[in-house]
Structures are given as structure tokens and as C-alpha cells.
Ligand binder design. Structure first.
Ligand code: AMP
Length: 252
């Protein structure tokens, strides 16, 4: 979400361009779920992990928005639902994720960002993974941020349509009002980043996604991370939680 002061929160997705190599070049991240309410920074943190570990980010929100942009049948179905702050139906999202997980780039792991969001999706994912030949079990990391902070993060979020840099008018504004520092393009607000839709998305989160967090907490392969810190500190906390969870798996 908000980047370090004075620059947009775009993170490179190229492993080679990251300034620090992974602590352990042989470290296999495996499947990682990034959980949390809208605006906790799942997308930003997923990109940081992509950069660190060279595994793909699979964001169901991005996949759905891609379908909307391409005008596919799925996109047409999803557009209104997303604009209202409600959830796209489980079968549609499950099928989309199942197909994506079959791609070759998922062998060393992947970061699921924004999925699962309902208990049915979590059950579907657990079943799919238990039937696969994945080397490692899924681990879940939940990012936690207080409601008021999320409200400002979401309603203040602006995105450059050209380079996808993310700004926030409260915490990380562009140098010139409404314009991308890098591209000069007019910044855009996601249609579901308005206050009424945010309230609906939070309600949806509490009712449908909070039980998913509890599901993975109960399974034990779970950590909670404080998301109300600078982006880099959250990334460090997530990496440390992930290393810890994989170490715990080796010792089990
Ligand atoms: P996000 O970019 O993750 O905030 O997702 C934006 C919107 O896409 C959500 O508010 C939902 O309407 C829809 N969406 C994304 N992921 C899912 C999912 N796993 N299940 C159902 N709907 C989803």
C-alpha cells in the first residue's frame, strides 16, 4: 500500500534486480497464503515476496480485473459484483485458481493473495492441494491493521494506469496532485475503493473471510503479522514468519 515516504509503492517483480539475495538460496517457500482485510497490504507484500523468492503472486482480484479488462464472459459476470464490494461466487473463483495453479511457474511455490476468502474456498484449496504432488503444505500469514487505518489506506489509494505505481493521498502523495511521479499520467481510483464500498468489503471480510483466518490458525501452520509498520518492516516480519513456519515443518 503506502510505500516508503517520497516514492510510489511499486516493487520490481524481477528476482535478479532485487538488492539482496535470499538468505538461503535453496529455500523453498512452497504455497503461501497472504490473508487479511482489504487494504492491509497483501498485494504490496506479495510483490516483495515475488521479488525475494522468484515465485509467482496469484491475486484473484487481479485475475478478475484482467477478465473485466479483456471483456470476457467471466469478467462481465464479475464486474458488478466487484463494484458492489461483494464476493464473486466460489465456483467461479475456485475454477480460476485451480487452472492457475497448474501452470509450470508454481512448482517452487506461489503466493495466493486474496484467496481463499470463504470457508468453502479454503476447503476447496485444501482438497486440491492434498490431491496434488506438492512437496510442501500450505502455510498462512495474516496481516493485521486497525479499521481506521485501513479506511484511509483504501479511500486514499490511487494507481498509475501506465506503470501500476501505487500512491496514497494521505500517506504517500504524488509530487503533483493527481499525477504519477514516474509517468505523469492521471492517477486513477479503483471503483471499489470508495468509502461505501469499503464498508461493504469490510462487512464481507468479517462475515466470510474472518472464519478462513481462524481455520488456518486452528491448523497451526499460521502466523499473524502487524501490518501497521513501514512496508519494509512488514516484509521482514513476513519473511521471518515464513522461514519459521518452514523450519517448524522440517522439525515436525
Ligand atoms: P482484491 O483486489 O483482492 O481486493 O479483490 C477485489 C474484489 O474482487 C473483491 O472485493 C471481490 O469482489 C473480488 N474477489 C477477489 N478475490 C476473491 C475471492 N477469493 N472470492 C470472491 N471474490 C473475490
Amino acid at each position: 500500500m503506502a510505500g516508503a515516504a517520497g516514492r510510489p509503492a511499486t516493487l520490481t517483480t524481477s528476482p535478479a534486480s532485487h538488492p539482496t539475495a535470499p538468505a538461503d538460496a535453496l529455500f523453498l517457500p512452497g504455497p503461501v497464503l497472504l490473508l487479511g482485510a482489504p487494504g492491509v497490504g497483501k498485494g504490496t507484500q506479495a510483490q516483495a515476496l515475488v521479488s525475494e523468492f522468484g515465485i509467482p503472486q496469484i491475486s484473484t482480484g487481479d485475475l478478475l480485473r484482467g477478465n473485466i479488462a479483456r471483456g470476457t464472459e467471466l469478467g462481465l459476470k464479475a464486474k458488478e459484483i466487484i463494484a458492489s464490494g461483494m464476493l464473486v461466487s466460489d465456483p467461479i473463483v475456485n475454477q480460476m485458481v485451480e487452472q492457475r495453479l497448474q501452470a509450470d511457474d508454481t512448482h517452487h511455490g506461489y503466493i495466493l493473495d486474496g484467496y481463499p476468502r470463504t470457508l468453502d474456498q479454503a476447503m476447496f484449496l485444501d482438497r486440491t492441494l492434498s490431491e496434488s504432488d506438492a512437496a510442501l503444505p500450505v502455510v498462512a500469514i495474516s496481516i493485521v491493521v486497525a479499521y481506521d487505518q485501513l479506511l484511509h489506506r483504501i479511500t486514499g489509494r490511487r494507481i498509475c494506469p501506465a506503470c501500476k505505481s501505487i500512491y496514497n493521498i494521505y500517506f504517500n502523495p504524488p509530487k503533483q496532485d493527481g499525477l504519477c511521479d514516474l509517468e505523469g499520467s492521471q492517477l486513477e481510483q479503483r471503483p471499489d475503493d470508495t468509502e461505501p464500498v469499503f464498508a461493504e468489503r469490510m462487512k464481507t471480510f468479517e462475515e466470510q473471510t474472518a472464519p478462513v483466518v481462524e481455520h488456518y490458525r486452528a491448523l497451526g501452520r499460521f502466523r499473524e503479522v502487524d501490518g501497521d509498520q513501514p512496508v519494509e518492516a512488514v516484509t521482514a516480519a513476513i519473511k521471518s514468519a515464513l522461514l519459521d513456519l518452514r523450519q517448524q515443518g522440517r522439525n515436525a
